[in-house]
Structures are given as structure tokens and as C-alpha cells.
Design a protein around this ligand. Sequence first.
Ligand code: HEM
Length: 140
Amino acid sequence: MPSAAEIASIQAHWNANVSANKQAVGNALFQQYFAKYPADQGKFKKFAGVAAGDLAGNAAFNAQTLATLTFLEKVVMACGNGGAEMMAAQMPAHHGWGVDQSYFKKMFDFIPGFIGENGGDAACVAAWKVAGAELTAVCK
Ligand code: HEM
């Protein structure tokens, strides 16, 4: 479990940098994640075949990234207070889409560095590593 200071760092960064920009940040997160793990785009049947350069203009991609960031915001704001349980509750549906814990490990390993490139300081990046490990562990 992240410490109170770590949770505060994650939430302060989110409020200052992500909250009002969830669409843009979500698009950037998934564009960069797919650049690293191209095969994973295939899990998203609604935009599986869309070229990387066309994702930003694709309605289904935009809807997906906004839905994901909106959900992750709830998890972040409930961190230490039910957030992990909320994340875990997504797993039955994700298993149905062929997305198991190994994909969440990749995503939650990726997020800290992404946060560091988007306004997060070293303490925030370190806090996200702790939170990401916990969230990965519950995504069974
Ligand atoms: C930060 C971690 C993640 C969060 C918070 C998250 C959240 C969500 C949410 C809220 C939905 C919509 C649920 C619904 O329609 O009932 C969703 C759908 C989905 N997610 Fe995730 N997700 C995460 C990571 C991933 C990863 C890493 C993958 C695969 C690489 C993935 C694949 C999918 C797929 C395939 C769908 C269904 C899309 C569709 O056809 O509508 N998710 N996710």
C-alpha cells in the first residue's frame, strides 16, 4: 500500500496535470503504450486495425482512452480507500476481452515513466511505482 505521502503526491499530480486533460493524456498514454507493445492494440476490436498515425482522429480510440482515464481517476482518488478493489472489479470483463494480469503489469510498469514525462517529479514517479505494483497484484 502506498504511504499517505505517496498517495498525496499521486493525487496532487493528477489534479494539476491530468484531471482537466484526460482525453489528451489518455490518448498520449495509449499511443505510447501501443508504440512499445504494438500487438496489444489488437485486443481493442473497435480500433484494432487503425494505423498509429490515425488513432488520435479515431472516435472509438478517443472513447476508450477517455473511459480508461476516467476510471483510473476514480481509482487514484480512492487510492488507499477502495481504489485497488475498484481496479480488481474490472478484471472479469477484461478476462472476457482476453486481457489478463500480464497486460496490467505492462501498463502499470509503463505508467510511472509516462507520469515522469508529464509533469510528475521523482517522488511522484516513485509513488506510482508503489501504487502500480499494488494495482498489478490485485488485477488477477
Ligand atoms: C490502467 C489500466 C486500465 C484501466 C483503468 C482500464 C479500464 C477500462 C474500462 C473502464 C473499460 C470499459 C469497460 C466497459 O465497457 O464496461 C475498459 C475496456 C477495455 N479494456 Fe481496459 N483498462 C486498463 C488497462 C487495459 C489494458 C492494459 C488493456 C489491453 C492491453 C485493456 C483492454 C481493454 C479492452 C479490450 C476493453 C474493451 C474495449 C471495447 O471493445 O469496448 N485495458 N478498460
